[in-house]
Design a protein around this ligand. Structure first.
Ligand SMILES: *Cc1c(COP(=O)(O)O)cnc(C)c1O
Length: 363
């Protein structure tokens, strides 16, 4: 039995530290946006290599509030990947703008810059690439496009805590970035949490107001903000886990490398790492036309697996009222991708056990 992701096991490594962190918050008598949140914001900003971090309630809010703080909404378009978790699209929709999907690069499943330019109209205000599965999108090309067209570049970094591109961290590669600390992410809380990172001083100030009922001074509300705050408990837990993130990401990279070495020469498309990219392997996604067969073999062998994502965003009920451009890659990937177990605690023997099942199923 190898589970897809055992969160109890992930967090057991930090057990003592987490208990100390929780006790400290209980003792403090202060539970929402206090010293722990402020300290975490400083520590995570430093980790990402940016000036500001603003803690919020979750990753969806992080992305949605960036758009609102940039006054992107009604009548505007935001370019998003066709192949992503629905939160990327919903962030745009909740801001009142229209998500304009663009198909991915087949090698990385990340948004294809060559197709982005064709999707730009006079209403486009931003491009929101996702660092899918933990590998940074093609930010150099995207930055060039954004600059030439006067667009904001907003990273959905929810799967990419610690990922690097040419030595720079996710979260520092665009105008602003949204992170999620959902328990299953590479840096996960024990509940919901999220953050925005940015070097834009004015944006950071607007976000601090927006997340807290539009209020800078208690009971004075300058704008119609929201309640989207990171709580002290989650911040304290994240502070305990952040110093170990690089080691955990390195362990994931060891697991990924072993998969890549041992799954060669099969009718299976393996993930490709682009030049200059250092992925953090949030997910290990392989592609096959015989997915149902592979799923069955893994299930029979007691090996966890998932599909990210089984229904493309434009095919979801939530988006069925609109008409969408042709998205042949998103259409195909929803039927062909499958995610193998990926976690920092997986041993070489665990990986080999998964590999054996995959090899015998696909041969
Ligand atoms: C997890 C995730 C989000 C949203 O995070 P929540 O904290 O669950 O709101 C956004 N985008 C991507 C790509 C994600 O994987």
């Amino acid at each position: 039995m190898i589970s897809f992701l055992d969160l109890k096991r992930v967090n057991s490594t930090h057990d003592a530290g987490i208990r100390v962190a929780i006790a400290r918050v209980i003792e403090s008598g202060w539970y929402i946006v206090g010293d722990e949140v402020q300290a975490f914001e400083e520590e995570f900003a430093a980790y990402c290599g940016v000036r500001h971090c603003i803690g919020v309630a979750n990753g969806l809010d992080a992305l949605h509030l960036i758009l609102r703080a940039y006054d992107i909404g009604d009548g505007h378009e935001v370019i998003v990947p066709s192949n992503t978790f629905i939160a990327t699209w919903l962030a745009v929709s909740h801001a009142g703008a229209l998500p304009v999907p663009v198909d991915p690069d087949e090698r990385t499943h990340n948004i294809d810059p060559a197709k982005v330019e064709q999707a730009i109209t006079s209403r486009t205000r931003a491009i929101m690439p996702v660092h899918l599965y933990g590998q940074c999108a093609a930010m150099t090309a995207l930055k060039d496009i954004a600059q030439r067209h006067g667009l904001r570049l907003i990273e959905d970094a929810a799967q990419a805590h610690g990922a690097q591109l040419h030595g720079q961290r996710a979260g520092s590669l665009g105008d602003a970035a949204g992170f999620s600390f959902y328990p299953g992410k590479n840096l996960g809380a024990l509940g919901d949490g999220g953050a925005i990172t940015t070097n834009d001083d004015a944006l950071a100030e607007r976000l601090r107001v927006l997340r807290n009922y539009g209020s800078k001074v208690k009971y004075h509300h300058e704008v119609a903000g929201v309640n989207s705050r990171l709580d002290e408990m989650q911040a304290a837990i994240l502070r305990c886990k952040l110093p170990h993130l690089d080691a955990e990401n390195a362990a994931r990279a060891r697991v990924a490398l072993r998969y890549l070495e041992r799954l060669q020469n099969l009718p299976l498309i393996l993930p490709q790492v682009m030049d200059g990219a250092q992925p953090v392997w949030h997910l290990m996604v392989v592609t096959t036309k015989r997915r149902a067969h592979l799923q069955q073999a893994l299930t029979v062998a007691g090996i966890g697996h998932q599909v990210h994502y089984p229904i493309a965003c434009h095919r979801q009920g939530a988006y069925s009222a609109q008409t969408w451009p042709n998205l042949p890659l998103a259409e195909r990937l929803q039927h062909e991708v499958i995610s193998l177990p990926m976690a920092p605690y997986l041993s070489n023997a665990d990986v080999d056990a998964v590999v054996d099942v995959v090899r015998s199923a696909m041969q």
